[in-house]
Design a binder for this molecule. Structure first.
Ligand code: HEC
Length: 165
């Protein structure tokens, strides 16, 4: 135990600087910063790799899916809808609409039902929220549905927590 030279009594507390020299503090600072920078870069690289190979299926990202995303953006569907929980909460979640319409069991019927739905809007039912008529071509509708089908295959690890977004 450290003794004070004048009194020979134990010091109440060892001072911080007794144990930690300036250069040790500097090494901890630089070493720690470098360590966490490396961890951060590794996590970013892992997320990027995981997103491209595991959570989204890049191999099924066809030109039609890409075109469908452009239709989606051009008409700002997200101003009313959410997709994977992101967007506006005025209209139903669409990240899972393909599954909700039975696309996994019967793809052709789900496609027809989704097209018919969009073509029949607005419903003009009193008291019901309305979706506008976008007058999309048959090709645009197919592309949109390809986009929604592809989106439904993204592994979101259970997000959003409810089917309603
Ligand atoms: C102005 C708001 C608004 C915009 C913009 C909008 N929608 Fe909708 N959409 C709605 C509403 C409201 C409903 C639900 C209507 C109902 O249940 O009667 C709906 C329902 C749907 C449904 C059926 C969902 C289900 O669960 O049955 C689909 C599919 C859909 N929209 C696709 C689209 C697409 C694709 C776009 C962009 C091209 C779009 N919507 C833009 C308001 C909107």
């Amino acid at each position: 135990m450290a003794m004070t030279p004048q009194t020979g009594k134990p010091r109440a507390k060892a001072r911080f600087t007794d144990r930690l020299t300036k250069s040790a503090a500097r090494n901890i600072f630089y070493g720690g910063s470098l360590f966490f920078l490396v961890v951060f870069i590794a996590l970013v690289a892992h997320s990027h790799y995981y997103i491209r190979t595991t959570s989204t299926d890049e191999s099924k990202l066809s030109p039609s899916v890409v075109a469908g995303k452009h239709v989606w953006e051009k008409h700002s569907c997200i101003n009313c809808h959410t997709i994977l929980g992101e967007g506006a909460y005025f209209a139903p979640e669409l990240g899972n609409v393909w599954v909700r319409y039975g696309g996994r069991e019967d793809a052709a019927s789900a496609r027809e039902a989704l097209k018919a739905w969009m073509q029949a809007m607005p419903s003009n039912v009193e008291g019901r929220r309305q979706m506008p008529q976008f007058n999309l071509t048959d090709q645009e509708l197919d592309e949109l549905i390809d986009f929604l089908e592809w989106t439904s295959t993204i592994n979101t690890q259970g997000w959003p927590p409810t089917p309603a977004g």
